[in-house]
Design a protein around this ligand. Structure first.
Ligand SMILES: NC(=O)c1ccc[n+]([C@@H]2O[C@H](COP(=O)([O-])OP(=O)(O)OC[C@H]3O[C@@H](n4cnc5c(N)ncnc54)[C@H](OP(=O)(O)O)[C@@H]3O)[C@@H](O)[C@H]2O)c1
Length: 225
């Protein structure tokens, strides 16, 4: 059974994509830092006759990422990686803290690069597979009070487009997915968005992503309100 790793699989889009890929017959490796939320996703997948395992992992730790991928490669037929885990801090750039800058780049950018670097050799060996990077429309254009977040997502865009060129002649498909706002726990504790419930649900966005997997670039703009 082919396995797909999803980072940030315990909530929001990562959870919904995990459920959707499990329905397609893949074994899901649900990665994240919070065991309890990963277990909830795993239970939901299993209740629908899908297969999943939990993986406690902080993608900011390259040594742990490498070690865990080594073990996963022994235990499973690794086929894909969805780089979905991400954080965001919003507000005027000059009011941001160094810690927020550090956390955003170490998670959104370095975490994505560590994970991809760790899995790619295994995918290239079998010459098949999928790496999908969940970016954001913040990776397509700059936005007020989103300077650090946009900078991180532009970095992931550059990374993804470069990999697409580099691995074009292989069987490993690299997808860049850009979406507008979603109603997820991402906005908990933030006043940047007045009413996130106006956004698409993560389930709806996951549904659109799944129907566009044949594309290299998926763009899901927010509907005009
Ligand atoms: N919500 C939006 O409006 C929106 C719009 C466009 C794009 N996006 C992007 O979509 C992706 C998913 O976000 P979401 O909206 O579904 O938010 P979410 O529910 O907050 O999901 C983010 C997930 O990332 C995990 N995570 C964070 N840091 C991690 C780390 N160091 N190691 C491993 N896992 C980590 C979190 O789990 P733990 O904290 O348990 O580790 C959480 O499950 C993100 O990349 C986000 O930037 C979001």
């Amino acid at each position: 059974m082919k396995s797909i790793i999803v980072t940030g699989a315990g909530s929001g889009l990562g959870k919904e994509l995990s459920i959707s890929f499990a329905q397609k017959g893949y074994h899901l490796i649900l990665a994240g830092r919070t065991e309890k939320s990963l277990t909830k996703t795993k239970t939901e997948i299993e209740q629908n006759d899908g297969k999943a395992s939990s993986l406690e992992l902080d993608i900011r730790n390259p040594e742990d990422v490498k070690e865990k991928l080594l073990i996963l490669n022994k235990d499973f037929d690794l086929y894909g990686l969805i780089n979905n885990a991400g954080v965001g801090f919003f507000g005027p750039f000059l009011e941001s803290s160094d810690q927020e800058l550090e956390d955003t780049f170490s998670t959104n950018v370095l975490g994505t690069l560590h994970m991809t670097k760790a899995i790619l050799p295994y995918l290239l060996k079998t010459n098949e597979g999928l790496v999908m990077n969940i970016i954001s429309t913040a990776g397509l254009r700059g936005k007020k009070n989103e300077a650090i977040y946009c900078a991180s997502k532009f970095a992931v865009r550059g990374f993804t487009e470069s990999l697409q060129a580099e691995y074009d002649q292989t069987g490993v498909k690299i997808i860049a997915a850009y979406m507008g706002g979603m109603d997820t726990p991402f906005w908990n504790g933030s006043s940047h968005i007045a009413d996130p419930s106006k956004f698409r649900s993560a389930r709806e966005v996951a549904g659109i992503v799944m129907s566009e997997l044949h594309k290299d670039t998926i763009i899901i703009e927010s509907p005009k309100t």
